[in-house]
Design a protein around this ligand. Structure first.
Ligand code: ZN
Length: 453
């Protein structure tokens, strides 16, 4: 049914720059070093980007990681003994530990998941034709849970991710309440016809569905058809809430699968209080911060998963993506000692020209030629339409330029800013949303835009 949904386009893992120490090579050679990003990617086994996105999220969830590492060999056994018939070795959590250790400590750009997926018993065709990421989340969690039965980690998944929903039908005649509780490890919410997460939750947990007219409800107390109201509320909130967006749907009239591609908003923090059964606890117990977002890019029969994660523990050293990805061609055009020129910004170009002028001032008449030499296109072609004549531009920026000799020469004012790009912003993780170390769990919200039918 999913076709080749997880077939890769050409945007698999792209290696991080590694300070020029990249060892090009085949599998036999050691993998390249990480460089200053300090983070490890996960090798794509062919269509396993959804698995990799999920594993990265788990690695970056401190509570999950710490709970996993708390399990020692006395409980899990030892991988070296896994082929000994009498040894009780819990291969899945051990392989996950091993993978996380590699990703945290081994100086290589990518780690391999082959032995982890082997521990699930996946064949290579299953790897490339897996279910979507929500399905995989469940498979991974249930495999981990069953492999931890009888250890102190047996309720690890339950403790971190389990919540309950209570469904109620209230008889309008006798007031009898019929209840059904549902467990969840992730909440599936609709995308169709709603503009965002809050609206979807509102529809699920605030709106009541009425049984009336031709659509009555049979009350067990009254023993007849009655008017009734059906509603659902969150009863138990998990420390970590995973929300799965139902982007993938099936059109039964056209008999084909489709993807909802409409805009869907979700906030950085959300209070689930309006959607809960019990609301008398402190507000902080209902508040979740957005922590990880797994994105599916592409259509419903192909594409690529990638993930944005809040690096709460500052494991990585982040750089603005445009610092790395600026076309190298542009850098070559510029002399080595020179900062990268922002060619689209006339102010930046003129400052660059004037700051390199030995005489410190330039004839305004010659400025046009110097600009042409610098960026390969004239002022009139490039900037005049938007910024007016060059002389006018200089006058309009009298905070930067000083006109001398009756306006025939121009120089930079002493305190004018240096040319070049903005200083690189500090890492996004340098300013993370508050982690509330006092709390046992950082209530976090993961949004997984996917879904299965
Ligand atoms: Zn009744």
């Amino acid at each position: 049914m999913f076709g080749n949904l997880f077939e890769e386009d050409d945007e698999g893992f792209s290696p991080a720059p590694s300070g020029g120490k990249v060892a090009k090579g085949k599998d036999a050679e050691p993998p390249p070093l990480r460089g200053n990003i300090r983070l490890s990617g996960i090798k794509n086994q062919g269509g396993t980007c959804y698995l990799n996105s999920l594993l990265q999220t788990l690695l970056f969830t401190p509570e999950f990681r710490e709970e996993l590492f708390r399990l020692g060999p006395e409980e899990l056994g030892c991988l070296a003994d896994k082929d000994k018939p009498e040894a009780k070795v819990r291969v899945i959590p051990l392989e996950l530990q091993k993978l996380f250790v590699q990703m945290l400590l081994v100086d290589q750009q990518t780690a391999s998941t082959t032995s982890l997926t082997d521990s699930f018993g996946w064949t290579s065709s299953e790897e490339s034709s897996q279910q979507d990421v929500q399905e995989l989340n469940r498979i991974l969690f249930s495999a981990l849970e069953s492999s931890l039965v009888g250890t102190s980690g047996s309720n690890l998944i339950h403790r971190l991710y389990h919540g309950t929903v209570i469904n109620q039908i209230v008889c309008k005649d006798c007031g009898n309440i019929s209840e059904r509780q549902e467990d969840f490890l992730d909440l599936t919410v609709s995308v169709r016809g709603v503009c965002g997460l809050e609206e979807a939750l509102w529809n699920m947990f605030v709106e009541e569905e009425l049984f009336e007219g031709n659509n009555l409800y049979r009350c067990s107390q009254c023993n007849c058809l009655v008017r009734a109201a059906k509603s659902a509320k969150l009863r138990k909130l998990p420390p970590f809430l995973t929300v799965s967006l139902l982007r993938f749907n099936f059109d039964f009239t056209k008999c084909e699968r489709y993807k909802e591609t409409g805009r869907y908003s979700f906030p950085q923090t959300i209070s689930l209080k309006p959607f809960c059964e019990q609301t008398e606890r402190p507000d902080s117990e209902f508040t979740y911060e957005l922590f990880s977002v797994i994105i599916h890019k592409g259509g419903c029969y192909g594409g690529h998963y990638h993930v944005y994660i809040n690096d709460i523990d500052h494991l990585g050293h982040w750089e603005a993506p445009d610092e790395e990805s600026k076309p190298k061609v542009q850098k070559k055009e510029v002399k080595v000692c020179e900062p990268v020129l922002e060619k689209e910004d006339p102010l930046s170009v003129l400052i660059a020209i004037l700051s390199q002028e030995e005489a410190k001032s330039v004839l305004v008449d010659q400025l046009g030629q110097k600009l042409m030499d610098k960026i390969g296109i004239s002022w009139n072609k490039k900037f005049r339409k938007q910024y007016g004549p060059i002389g006018k531009f200089l006058q309009n920026h009298s905070d930067v330029f000083m006109l001398l000799a009756n306006g025939t020469r121009v120089t930079l004012k002493a305190a004018s800013p240096a040319p070049g790009p903005e200083p690189s912003p500090t890492s996004p993780s340098a300013d993370p949303s508050p982690h509330q170390p006092g709390k046992t769990w950082n209530r976090s919200l993961q949004t997984v835009p996917t879904g299965s039918t």
